[in-house]
Structure formats: C-alpha cells, structure tokens
Design a protein around this ligand. Structure first.
Ligand code: NAI
Length: 297
C-alpha cells in the first residue's frame, strides 16, 4: 500500500532546516499541503531570517508540491496561533501537526542561567503546547487529527549538559500522555518521536562517516507514518535514526509490598534490590492503572 496525504493539510514547525525540512519534503511529496514554519536563526535561537522557510517552500514547489512559508515563533501563544491561522487561511483547515521546532543552549547546570533554562523549555515544551492548542479545536471539530511531538534520547535517557533541553524533551511526553486520552474519541492520534540525525544540532558531535548514516530523511518515514490515516497507534514514543525504528516504553518493577503494618525505612533498605529489580515488570497505559496496581499489589 502506498501512503498518501491528498486533501490533508500539515503544519511542520522548525521546517527550515534538518529534520523538519525532511519531514515537510516527504509529506508534500505524498500530496500534503504544507505550512513550512521557521523564523530562521541560529541553533541557540538567536537571530532570524525568512530564507530558511522560503528555501524549503521553493524546494517543495520545484518538486511539484504545495507549500506556504510561515515565520512565526512557536514560543509565544499569539505567534503560535498565527502558524495555525496560516494553514487555515491558505488551505482551509489543518489535519496534521508536527511539532519539531527546537533550540539548544547546552551548559552544565551550575553554569546554566535561568534564562537559558526558560528559553529552551519555552521553545520545546510550551511551543509544542501553544501550536497544538491552537490546532486542537479544529482537529476535535473535524474528528480527525495526527499530532507528533519531538522528544529526545536526551530527555529519555540523559545527556550531560542538557538539563534544560532534556527536561523539556520529556515534558512533551507527559503532554502527549494526557492528549492521547483526550484525543482518542475524536480520532486524534498523538505520538512522540525520539530521532537521531545529522543536523546542525549534532554535526559537531560525530565523525563524517557516522553523520552520513544519520541523514534526516532516514527519520522522516516514521513521522509520515504517524501522520497517516493508516496510523491507529497513539501515545507511544518512537525512536528513529539511521534506518532503525523502535518503540520505547517504560516499565515498572513488580516491587515489594509491606502489608499489615506501616512500612519503615529499614524495609526499604533491606528490600532495595528487589524493589529495583525490573526482571518481572509491568507496563501501564494510564496513571489510574498504575495506582490500582500499587494499591492492590
Ligand atoms: P535544526 O536546528 O536543524 O532544526 C530546528 C529548527 O527549529 C531550525 O530550523 C530552527 O530555526 C527552528 N526553530 C528554532 N526556534 C524556533 C521557534 N521558536 N519557532 C519555530 N521554529 C524554531 O535541528 P534538528 O536536529 O533538525 O532538530 C529538530 C528537532 O529534533 C528538535 O526538536 C530537536 O530537539 C529534535 N532532536 C534532534 C535530534 C538529532 O539527532 N538531530 C535528536 C533528538 C531530538
């Protein structure tokens, strides 16, 4: 089966470079009309230019696709809403939101200013929420939507010097977990991407041989699948990079239950290895399931 996006309108944030550009090109090549959002600027979010988004729109058009640029920042509620307005004004609706925009301000935590912290959280986490919030009523009303949030192995597993970025990248997973439940009855599927790709964000970290295996185009098929009508999965985290695709999930140990008396600190000390042992583990899909298991364990 060939997946197509004819009659679908997609917003890709931060689509002027790297992964967002590759996602936008792929969606447009399969018939989606695309809002290519990008205010331009450097990896740390400083500066700005129209060239980044304009160039990708030109590439899409040259390949016979349909796209419009938008230069608003995701990191402000009004400008984020204007990204969605651009989709509605240009194409009449929105069906697909790929929250991809991102910045880096890496520093060890003791050197990180609260401004560096706030700025990174604002672009990744609030930006995802602001754009999705503006699109949500449209998706709900039409009972159709595909939303992707961009997480990272930095948040999921940890990277030195990225307390701001890692925190924001796991925040979008918590955001997705709630919207999975709220969107389900409206046929809105929301999933998280954990990509690995050679972009200006990562090019200084790897050798040229490794970077060549990590082309952004090798990640985009996962995103496009998650944006398709065929995708009936929601609320999962998907790793994609170098042609490897894998679902990530967290699990909870069977644990230890101290029954019939109040537990003590020493109970924890004596049992810590069993409490930590995930060889017998469970996967929960809602907080309620986890609470029921804890109470009834
Ligand atoms: P990139 O720097 O090439 O692309 C990010 C784009 O977001 C840029 O074009 C930038 O102008 C845009 N952007 C920045 N602030 C914005 C704002 N306020 N509003 C709208 N757009 C804004 O980097 P890359 O690697 O393509 O990153 C894309 C996403 O993937 C980011 O969310 C990043 O955190 C995430 N990611 C990337 C990984 C990788 O291996 N490259 C690993 C894990 C996550």
């Amino acid at each position: 089966m060939t997946i197509r996006f004819d009659n679908r309108v997609a917003i890709v944030t931060g689509a002027g470079n790297g992964l967002g550009r590759a996602h936008a090109l792929l969606l447009a090549s399969r018939g989606a009309r695309v809002v290519v959002n990008d205010p331009g600027g450097a990896v740390d979010g400083k500066g700005g230019n129209h060239a980044a988004a304009d160039k990708v729109v030109d590439e899409i058009k040259a390949a016979g696709g349909v796209a419009v640029p938008n230069f608003d920042s995701v990191a402000d509620p009004k400008s984020a809403a204007n990204i969605v307005k651009t989709a509605v004004d240009s194409f009449g609706t929105v069906d697909i939101v790929v929250n991809n925009a991102g910045v880096l301000r890496d520093k060890t935590f003791h050197n990180m200013t609260t401004e560096d912290f706030d700025f990174v959280v604002k672009v990744h986490f609030q930006g995802t929420a602001y754009v999705t919030h503006a699109a949500w009523p449209i998706l709900r009303a039409k009972a159709y939507g595909r939303v992707v949030v961009t997480s990272s192995n930095s948040g999921i597993y940890g990277t030195f010097g990225q307390a701001n970025y890692g925190g924001a990248k796991l925040a979008v997973v918590g955001f997705m977990n709630a919207l999975r439940l709220e969107g389900q009855k409206y046929n809105i599927m929301i999933n998280a991407l954990a990509p690995v790709a050679a972009t200006r964000m990562t090019e200084s970290l790897m050798t040229p041989e490794v970077l060549d295996k990590l082309r952004p185009e090798f990640v985009s098929p996962m995103v496009a699948y998650l944006c398709s009508e065929q995708c009936q999965r929601t609320g999962d985290i998907w790793s994609a990079g170098a042609g490897t695709f894998a679902r990530i999930e967290y699990r909870e140990a069977e644990g230890v239950r101290i029954a019939g008396r109040a537990p003590t600190i020493e109970d924890v000390l004596e049992n810590i290895d069993r409490i930590a042992d995930v060889s017998a583990s469970r996967v929960f899909r809602t907080s309620g399931e986890e609470v029921a298991a804890v109470v009834g364990a």
